[in-house]
Design a protein around this ligand. Sequence first.
Ligand SMILES: *Cc1c(COP(=O)(O)O)cnc(C)c1O
Length: 375
Amino acid sequence: MNEAGETQELRITPRQALGRLKPYTAGKPIWEVQQEYGLDHVIKLASNENSLGPSPKALQAIQKQLPDLHRYPDERASGLTQALAEHLGLTANQFIVTNGGDELIMLISRAYLELGDEIVVPDPTFSEYEFGAFLMSGTVIKVPLREQFAFSVEDILAAITERTKIVYLCTPNNPTGTYISELEMKKLLDRLPARVLVVIDTAYRHYATEPDYSDGIDYIKMGYPVITLNTFSKIYGLAGIRVGYGAASEGIIRTLLQVKEPFNVNVLAQAAATAALRDDEHVQSSCRMNEQGRQQIYDGLDRLSIPYSESMSNFILAELGEHAEILYFKLLENGVIVRYAKGWGLPRHIRISVGTSEENQRFLEVLEEILELQD
Ligand SMILES: *Cc1c(COP(=O)(O)O)cnc(C)c1O
């Protein structure tokens, strides 16, 4: 401490860009709610995780790797990259494996954004795109979604300037569950200037059941400047081990590899992801559980006359109205964690991840109870 009572440390100034960063608000962990409210039984429907758990094949693969933990991981995750190439019909050089999808967003930002460059994002959407841009001293142009959270190609095109470097399309979009149709996606890609990189975040692609949904892979094959973001955190049930990947042209992947740390994805994550990718049974039962669970929650919300958006994902955005925040805390007190949507500029909404049928049931029951108490 000096005379003014400051520690010396405070005189070391961080980069100005840090002033604009907002901390990420994660879904509350189960243990925290257990401690805070003194509860035993808590369910978490707040982070779009897979309530079925991880792929059993992934767990076996992790076991098999354990004796080799003294070795550094494969820098390029060749085994997984090769498996991805076969899985999606691209070449191995068209993939970059990352420490969760989040790391890919950071790498894209680091590789492409200069001071003052602009990114265009739908609003509301996943907050990490903004985080990556702010970190690189970029500017974020938000394009509000239209009625019922629909994407508008016209609105996105109207937001493009000389400085636009990246357009982010999260489809299905987090937190709205809405998506951009294949036709609209093509329209947008055909009209964007060639110098704009389009990041298509398909973290929830497995859950999209509409036939006109596109996961963007075809556009990579056709040579559009597209990179798709994917994660093993959602349907594959591996959020805790952190692994995701990008798919793009070999040129874009080479650029991203330049800014990647050598050993970004650990040995266990690489093995787990490779096994999970091949576990069709786990993926299919997860999809089934989600479709049934979505319907179960829709039906329950209908009974309670609560409006919601139809979702192509594993979460549902519901409009609870002016008491949404109070209801969110009441749910917590009763051991049900959902996400309050205020951080997305939606103070009347909550986002509920689809869980097992017991979890969905419990959420609906508790919600009904606390709504009755309110009246
Ligand atoms: C969960 C999620 C990701 C990636 O999450 P990771 O756990 O970092 O792989 C990316 N985009 C969206 C929209 C997500 O919801």
